[in-house]
Design a protein around this ligand. Sequence first.
Ligand SMILES: NC(=O)C1=CN([C@@H]2O[C@H](COP(=O)(O)OP(=O)(O)OC[C@H]3O[C@@H](n4cnc5c(N)ncnc54)[C@H](O)[C@@H]3O)[C@@H](O)[C@H]2O)C=CC1
Ligand SMILES: O=C(O)C(=O)Cc1ccc(O)cc1
Length: 288
Amino acid sequence: MTTVFISGLGLIGSSLARIIKQGDTDVTVLGADPNDDTSQFLLAQGVIDDCTTFAEGSVQADVIILAGPVSVITTQLAELATLSLKSSVLVTDVGSTKRQVMAAAKLVQDKGIAFMGGHPMAGSHETGGRAGRANLFDGAVYFIVNGTQRLEQRQLFQRLLAPAQLRWVTIDADEHDRLVSQISHVPHVLAATLINTAADELKNDPVGLKAAAGGFKSTTRIAASDPTMWTAIMLSNTEAITSQLDAYITNLTTIKAAIAAGDKTTIHDFFDQAQRTRQHLDHTTEEG
Ligand SMILES: NC(=O)C1=CN([C@@H]2O[C@H](COP(=O)(O)OP(=O)(O)OC[C@H]3O[C@@H](n4cnc5c(N)ncnc54)[C@H](O)[C@@H]3O)[C@@H](O)[C@H]2O)C=CC1
Ligand SMILES: O=C(O)C(=O)Cc1ccc(O)cc1
């Protein structure tokens, strides 16, 4: 019998619980979340076997999954270091950034507790435990940042999530944060900027944003995400995000100058390069 404790029963924590419950029936899933409505809903649905407190769930667990915002994960790692956990426990997290989390994990690792960083590369703009789904991560990349976990602990974790058929990718924390900044964090800033700028510019227009077609909606879908979660991400990956935003400012300045100058070749090349790269992305996604 394996006991898994999930702290944070939102979109990601509750989806992991649903996946684990789909697999091995010999697993007890305990959950804790300050939102009692979510916890009771998941209990009634059989997604978790019991609601508990952070300390109680942690001391009973063979696997602890920290699934709150990144700022909560780092605080909880400090708290775990003060508890009497099972000596064989694996502590892992799902946070969108890894450098700060791995640094905070040193506190538990120094106590001889195994920690392994994690990050599923799938999700949604939706939030909360009711929005979770067992198929949310199907076939997605799941980043692992090696900590002090033993091979059998990593294998146990991977077995628990086997129903999702994840693509496990081991990566260094610095490389992870630079990469996800480029493909997730900076795009998030841009999507929010698109919405905020367009809404501001159109505030006196009687039709305004309501006239937007699918392109605007699909480009900005993620701007509907939870601001608390994204604030924690921005504050924990500041260096990569700010330096990569500089490249966007440079590129926008270049294309702005080309449009202003009527430079047809530069404008065409700009869109041609984007079209070829984007078409290739769809192609590799379909194969992958
Ligand atoms: N939303 C997404 O698509 C993805 C999010 N992530 C990461 O997963 C983590 C969770 O994100 P979501 O599930 O989307 O957010 P969410 O907002 O749906 O869920 C977060 C949950 O944490 C709970 N929480 C807050 N403080 C807590 C505390 N002190 N103790 C226990 N629970 C607490 C909240 O009540 C909420 O239920 C974040 O670190 C995020 O960066 C990773 C991959 C994808
Ligand atoms: O909604 C989407 O398409 C996402 O890209 C969700 C997402 C949000 C945060 C992550 O760290 C990973 C994935």
